[in-house]
Design a binder for this molecule. Structure first.
Ligand code: AMP
Length: 223
């Protein structure tokens, strides 16, 4: 019945680690950024509202974001637990989450990566517009030049991974999201993990730290 929150700046590896946790625990990952991007692609009313905000690297309003997250976490598949990637992003969202789903054990994993490294990572990030696989042209290049390994689609650079937008997103992170570190540190069940090692090493550390919580939460690996 646990909620796992992944904190950390854009490009710190939250999405990658959330997917690994999702696979291992068999509970859904909810990534607000992915949900918004999907709405933009499908040109839904929500997508039309958030497109330009995202392209500028700013935060979508708490009202729209809250509505989206509430719709997701009240679904039956989230009853057994869920993993949040990219939410909450400010203190208002923290309070909202605690209000709509208060009775859970909550653990927070904060991926720590320095800004210089973030800028390098995001500039080298490429994504598949079809299956959403994520690559890094330096650290994790696709097998064939600029083609997705899974579906052969041409890889693209996310609109908000352009250098001027990256700077803006980092600014927003520092101002809005960094205060959450202090909040969750005081609240407890918080772990900062160095996010600059390999995906496997980071995951191993997350898993080791999570294990005692998992034992008490009814969640188990390999579901
Ligand atoms: P991400 O993929 O998490 O980097 O999110 C991409 C963009 O989606 C952000 O720059 C925001 O514009 C928007 N977004 C994602 N999550 C949130 C959130 N919790 N609150 C507000 N805006 C968000």
């Amino acid at each position: 019945m646990m909620r796992i929150i992944l904190l950390g700046p854009p490009g710190s590896g939250k999405g990658t680690q959330a997917s690994l946790l999702e696979e291992k625990l068999g509970v859904p990952k909810i990534a607000t950024g992915d949900l918004f991007r999907d709405a933009v692609r499908r040109r839904t009313p929500l997508g039309l509202k958030v497109k330009e905000i995202m392209e500028r690297g700013e935060l979508v309003s708490d009202g729209l974001t809250g509505q989206l997250i509430k719709e997701k976490i009240t679904q039956p598949e989230c009853h057994g637990g869920y993993i949040l990637d990219g939410f909450p992003r400010n203190l208002n969202q923290v309070k909202y989450l605690e209000m709509i789903d208060s009775s859970r054990l909550e653990v927070v994993i904060d991926l720590d990566v320095e800004e210089e490294e973030i800028i390098q990572r995001l500039s080298a990030r490429r994504v598949c517009p079809q299956c959403q696989a994520v690559y890094n042209i330096i650290l994790k290049p696709p097998k064939k030049d600029n083609k997705c390994d899974n579906c052969q689609a041409d890889l693209i650079t996310r609109d908000d991974d352009r250098p001027e937008v990256i700077r803006k997103r980092l600014q927003v992170y520092r101002r809005e999201t960094q205060p959450l570190i202090d909040y969750y540190q005081k609240k407890g069940n918080y772990k900062r993990i160095k996010g600059t090692r390999s995906v496997e090493e980071v995951f191993k550390e997350i898993w080791e730290w999570l294990s005692p919580y998992l034992a008490n939460s009814g969640l188990r690996a390999g579901k």
